[in-house]
Design a protein around this ligand. Structure first.
Ligand code: MN
Length: 311
């Protein structure tokens, strides 16, 4: 996923400074491969929620057998990518040799560690609607320079509640746990809503909810598709409801204290680390490995601070 650099300084968030409990923000449109996405995270004033540091709502879009996500080989460091579809199929390939089709109900989770490259492609057989979310999780100091890894979790725990069907993507909810790896305390849930449901929260977690379909009522306020709602730590519960069918993602985690520097597809701590990763991708050394993809490798310009230094 490519992007211009996010602002390095936290902007003052007006709603947060007014002390409101639920902070609602807009997503912004971005182009990823051939798809338009709605980016809910990061945004000025809210760079991370727990260790979750990136959220792209992809689609709904019409895709064909040969054209879909169309995101050619590109590198990552210092993060995990979490891919979850609610409609359609996509193909993941990476420099570890993985080649994995993902369908709704399954999770693809790639741990970049010190370096990996991957592509996200059409499947060669699926035609129809594609919709889902791609999330990034910042890795903590202990594992961010570790080995890359990929896992496909085909079987995720589901909980039937009054008003909601909850799928546990990452972490634990109501005593059931996803098999997906996580290196910090966090949770990721998919909620399919058709009524009102109280959702227990951890007091030490902050939370974000991202509405994918329909409109969700949170604490008596409406959060429509394309918005992100943020809840500060310190709550035991939130009541979530939908009068018509709705779909949303709830992300939570312990506030991530490590000061991250995000640039392009990299999560680091210093400009020197980002410069080194950029250089490796530029000269195509062995850091990010190699794999076959019919799509072209994604180039990028130098980090803006390198360009500023030259001008
Ligand atoms: Mn990627």
């Amino acid at each position: 996923m490519t992007d211009e650099p996010p602002p390095e300084n936290r902007a003052v968030d007006e709603e947060a400074s007014q002390g409101r409990d639920l902070e609602i923000s807009d997503s912004r449109e971005a182009r990823v491969g051939s798809l338009t996405v709605h980016r809910a995270l990061p945004r000025p004033g809210r760079r991370t929620v727990g260790a979750w540091c990136f959220a792209d709502h992809m689609g709904p879009a019409d895709v064909s057998e040969q054209s879909g996500l169309d995101i050619g080989p590109h590198p990552h460091i210092g993060l995990q990518t979490v891919t979850w579809l609610i409609d359609g199929q996509a193909l993941h390939r990476d420099s570890l040799g993985s080649e994995q089709v993902i369908a709704p109900g399954q999770l693809n989770l790639m741990t970049a560690g010190r370096g990996v490259s991957h592509s996200e492609e059409a499947t060669g057989h699926y035609r129809g609607t594609l919709q889902g979310i791609q999330l990034w999780i910042a890795l903590p100091e202990g594992t961010r320079d570790g080995d890359a890894a990929f896992e496909h979790v085909a079987d995720l725990p589901r909980i039937e509640r009054d008003g909601a069907l909850v799928t546990v993507l990452v972490g634990e909810f109501e005593g059931v746990r996803s098999a997906a790896r996580h290196d910090t305390e966090l949770v990721g849930l998919d909620l399919k809503l058709d009524g009102v449901t109280p959702v227990p929260l951890r007091r030490d977690f902050e939370y974000a909810l991202i509405v994918l379909v329909g409109e969700v009522d949170v604490d008596g306020r409406s959060v429509p598709t394309g918005k992100l709602g943020y809840l500060r730590p310190g709550r035991d519960e939130v009541t979530i409801g939908a009068s018509k069918a709705a779909r949303m993602i709830l992300l939570g985690g312990e506030p991530f204290d490590e000061p991250i520097l995000m640039w392009w597809n990299f999560v680091g701590r210093t400009r020197a680390e980002i410069d080194a990763a950029f250089h490796s991708w530029q000269v195509d050394d062995d850091r990010f490995g190699r794999f076959f993809s019919p799509l072209a490798r994604i180039p990028t310009e130098a980090p803006y601070w390198q360009r500023l230094a030259k001008s």
